[in-house]
Design a protein around this ligand. Structure first.
Ligand SMILES: *Cc1c(COP(=O)(O)O)cnc(C)c1O
Length: 219
């Protein structure tokens, strides 16, 4: 079942976007099933679980941290994480950069943007991010490579609203790319779309989709 779902999603994605299989709460055996079917990119949202899975699974897996990240836990994932999707403050970015330098690497990161109507979701507003970028404080951190943006749409059945939020994220991405990262080829990712809304996200320009339950079943 897992292999089949991955295959179906990848066929629909084609060359437009890459799939991050969100394996949070799921056992090693489920991840191995996906891995043996040829899938190597996985996303987790808790540091401890991510580290445990990294330790016990093959080392050619690309691990993405997709959840809210606490500053004091960055050090645990800094040596191996392939992309941090949820950077939502200057304080967190500064710590990631420090840990990147300690590990002699530039850690690939995305700005998490607040695009949903719900107040509980994390992320920068467009205004906040533009201000930090104009001040030059966040874009010049030596231990980070900025690779784009991530966002989560409102949890709703209103597909028009979801589409509008994804359009909004893509538009902020385009503005920020043009103004601040036009010479940086790595700044190319728009991480949006989950099990319930990824086809809309891809239509609106997602380059990374984060899909969990549609692959591994309900949590
Ligand atoms: C859990 C999670 C996903 C995947 O959600 P599904 O609805 O199971 O596809 C995607 N992104 C983030 C940030 C998540 O925490």
């Amino acid at each position: 079942m897992i292999a089949k779902s991955i295959q179906q999603i990848k066929t629909k994605l084609g060359e437009r976007a890459r799939l991050i299989a969100v394996s949070k709460t799921k056992p090693i055996s489920s991840i191995m099933e996906a891995y043996e079917a040829g899938h190597k990119i996985f996303g987790e949202n808790k540091v401890q679980e991510l580290c445990e899975k990294y330790e016990s699974l093959p080392k050619d897996i690309e691990w993405h941290m997709i959840g809210h990240l606490q500053t004091n836990k960055v050090k645990y994932i800094a040596p191996f994480v392939q992309l941090i999707h949820g950077v939502d403050s200057l304080k967190l970015a500064a710590e990631i950069s420090k840990q990147g330098e300690k590990n002699n690497r530039k850690i690939p990161c995305l700005f998490q943007m607040h695009i949903a109507a719900e107040e509980t979701k994390f992320g920068f507003s467009e205004h906040e991010l533009l201000e930090l970028l104009q001040q030059g404080v966040i874009n010049e951190l030596p231990g980070i490579t900025w690779c784009g943006m991530m966002g989560m749409a409102t949890f709703t059945d209103d597909t028009g609203k979801i589409r509008q939020e994804f359009k909004n994220l893509k538009q902020i991405f385009d503005t920020v790319k043009k103004e601040f990262f036009s010479h940086q080829s790595e700044f190319k990712e728009v991480s949006m779309g989950m099990s319930g809304d990824w086809p809309i996200a891809v239509e609106e320009g997602a380059t990374l989709v984060r899909i969990g339950s549609a692959i591994f079943g309900e949590r």
